[in-house]
Write a protein that binds this ligand. Structure first.
Ligand SMILES: [Zn+2]
Ligand SMILES: [Zn+2]
Length: 238
């Protein structure tokens, strides 16, 4: 029988016992079907009065009978006041677990996802199938929980963001494919050019002329021929 059932009065759970201090209830509480002493309706941290709904909330969430702000403040103070020593190994382990789930808005979706993936791989490498299965069920619960938090409008926004992101990714992939194809073509061209240059001195000269003056091969060849003829002509004159 859960505390919630008890609070809702679904059972004779803890007959006539105060749900806060566990002592027997007084006549007045029993008569009015009140589940705790009127005197117990106090914040156990600040000592001030506590509303019935807040008490019910404390009982269901198993929080100390207190105002939420009082409880938060107390725990903040406890965290600050009681430093504990942890080993680097434990810290690394806990940080790795955090990296699986904490969204980092300063990074892209891709980076967030690859961080989560790496962290998950590190975490699961020494886990049994049973543990992984249990973890999967927990993640299912987390996903459902997150999706409930988002209202319809936000869900639309999220799916819009996802499709924009996917479109961007597809375009980037396409662009990189085109670029690498161009790069390949260029490098093939360069290879051909180098091959040509490595050939005969004449081939080298033609390639040089083509490159320098932007001529096609035929024009370069003709020019080289006339240059040769000229130089031979000059030689024969001398
Ligand atoms: Zn009580
Ligand atoms: Zn309080």
């Amino acid at each position: 029988m859960s505390l919630l059932d008890a609070i809702l009065g679904n059972a004779n759970f803890m007959n006539n016992q105060c749900l806060i201090c566990q002592n027997p209830l007084g006549d007045i509480e029993i008569t009015l079907n009140h589940k705790w002493h009127y005197d117990c309706e106090k914040c156990q941290i600040c000592g001030n009065d506590l509303a019935g709904e807040v008490i019910a909330e404390c009982l269901t969430s198993e929080r100390e009978i207190s105002h939420k702000p009082c409880w938060d403040k107390k725990h903040e103070a406890l965290m600050a006041a009681r430093p504990v020593e942890v080993t680097q190994g434990l810290l690394d382990y806990l940080n790795n677990v955090r990296l699986m789930i904490d969204g980092d808005l300063s990074k892209t979706i891709d980076d967030n996802q690859s961080i989560a993936e790496q962290a998950q791989r590190r975490w699961m490498h020494d886990k049994s199938i049973d543990e992984i299965f249990m973890s999967l069920r927990k993640m299912q619960a987390i996903t459902a929980c997150c999706s409930i938090v988002l209202n319809e409008r936000q869900k639309k926004e999220v799916s819009l963001r996802i499709s924009t992101e996917e479109k961007r990714r597809r375009e980037a992939e396409l662009k990189s494919q085109v670029l690498s194809a161009e790069d390949f073509r260029e490098s093939e061209q360069k290879k051909l050019e180098r091959k040509r240059e490595k050939q005969t001195p004449e081939g080298k000269a033609i390639a040089q002329l083509m490159k320098t003056f932007g001529w096609n091969e035929e024009v370069a060849r003709e020019h080289l021929k006339s240059m040769k003829a000229n130089s031979q002509g000059t030689e024969s004159v001398q």
